[in-house]
Ligand binder design. Structure first.
Ligand code: PHE
Length: 356
């Protein structure tokens, strides 16, 4: 009987010591299986005297029951532990940031525009918007664009059908009419940029009938050419991320500015590869000038008191140069492979603090 007590406590200990369901099943087979320790020992009962056999048989059955019960209990707690472990492992951490999504990209034009807004915003410019369909006065006349100017020609501009009074609207050929409206509606100081769509009857590898511009306007009492240069130098260096980018202001002509200057940035073209910021070559990037007194007067601003400067930049051109996009036409083809390659993550808004 001592032996039996030993067997019982040994088996129960092994059940408790099983750390997973597989180990527990091994113990079960070792104890209760056909060749298990209890089964084997019960087979020896035949050698005993009848009274002893009865007593020993009962004792074995009790051990068998106790071991079977212990296995069931252990099984239940191992099950529970396994479940707990799985739940802990599969826990969702809701504080993690979302994964950057792979669907949807920001178009390089939108990205470039946001960069422009970030840079000029830092310099105190606010964003002004206007109409795509303009009248002759705001698109041409107020800007001192004479009737014989090529921009007015039938072949260069999209005109709307003639109205009964003989007037025709145009799809704006630049965003300058936004500046005209700003000057008409506000008293200086004015400091705005006007980004948006513009339209011209041009179509080849480097011209599209619809494209984007950003124009800037600053009007104040003492604003001068030095301010124009400072703002544009600052802008080009920030946009291209080249600290000492060389700039060249080249005399030019626009009907609405006097004097006028075209702005070139330093570049190299050696080996057929365009590199901005280094080398002996120049690349034209934008038009600018001091607002013509006639334009100020056309908008009801006293040109003996106020003066200022304006500039105009093509957004596609900037995007092509900065992001190495070779063909203008691809901007509007809505090719998803192109967007995947040239697009930007939508949640990453450009800012001067973060770096553009
Ligand atoms: N409006 C001009 C254009 O579209 C750009 C420009 C604006 C040039 C302001 C000088 C000053 O071509």
């Amino acid at each position: 009987m001592d032996n039996l007590e030993e067997l019982r406590s040994d088996l129960l200990q092994r059940v408790e010591a099983a750390t997973d369901l597989d180990a527990l099943d091994t113990v079960r087979v070792q104890a209760l299986g056909k060749k298990g320790e209890i089964t084997q020992r019960m087979k020896t009962l035949g050698n005993l005297a009848p009274e002893e056999r009865k007593e020993a048989g009962q004792a074995f059955n009790l051990i068998k029951q106790a071991v079977a019960d212990a296995i069931e209990t252990r099984k239940a707690s191992l099950h529970e532990a396994a479940l707990e472990a799985r739940l802990a492992e599969e826990k969702v951490d809701v504080s993690l940031p979302p994964r950057p999504t792979t669907i949807g990209k920001m178009h390089p034009i939108s990205q470039t525009l946001e960069e422009l807004v970030a840079i000029f915003g830092e310099m105190g410019f606010s964003v002004a918007e206007g109409h795509h369909i303009e009248d002759d006065f705001h698109n041409f006349t107020a800007l001192n664009i004479p009737p014989e100017h090529p921009a007015r020609q039938e072949l260069d501009t999209f005109y709307m059908p003639e109205r009964e009074d003989g007037t025709r609207s145009v799809l704006r050929t630049h965003t300058s009419p936004v500046q005209i409206r700003a000057m008409q509606n506000t008293t200086p100081p004015i400091r705005i940029i006007a980004p948006g769509r513009t339209f011209r009857a041009d179509h080849d590898a480097t011209h599209s009938p619809m494209f984007h511009q950003v124009e800037g306007l600053v009007i104040d009492e003492k604003t001068n050419m030095g301010h124009l240069k400072g703002v544009l130098i600052e802008f080009c260096r920030a946009f291209f991320g080249v600290k000492d980018l060389p700039l060249r202001f080249r005399p030019s002509y626009f009907p609405f500015t006097e004097p006028s200057a075209e702005v070139d940035i330093g570049c190299s073209r050696s080996g057929g590869q365009l590199k901005i910021g280094a080398g002996e070559d120049w690349l034209e990037i934008l038009g600018s000038g001091m607002v013509h007194p006639k334009v100020l007067e056309n908008c009801g601003i006293d040109s003996s008191k106020y003066q200022g400067f304006a500039f105009g930049i093509g957004i596609e051109r900037l995007a092509m140069l900065k992001y190495g996009i070779p063909d203008l036409r691809t901007f509007y083809e809505t090719d998803l492979r192109w967007m995947k390659h040239y697009g930007f993550l939508p949640m990453e808004m450009p800012s001067m603090v973060r770096g553009l």
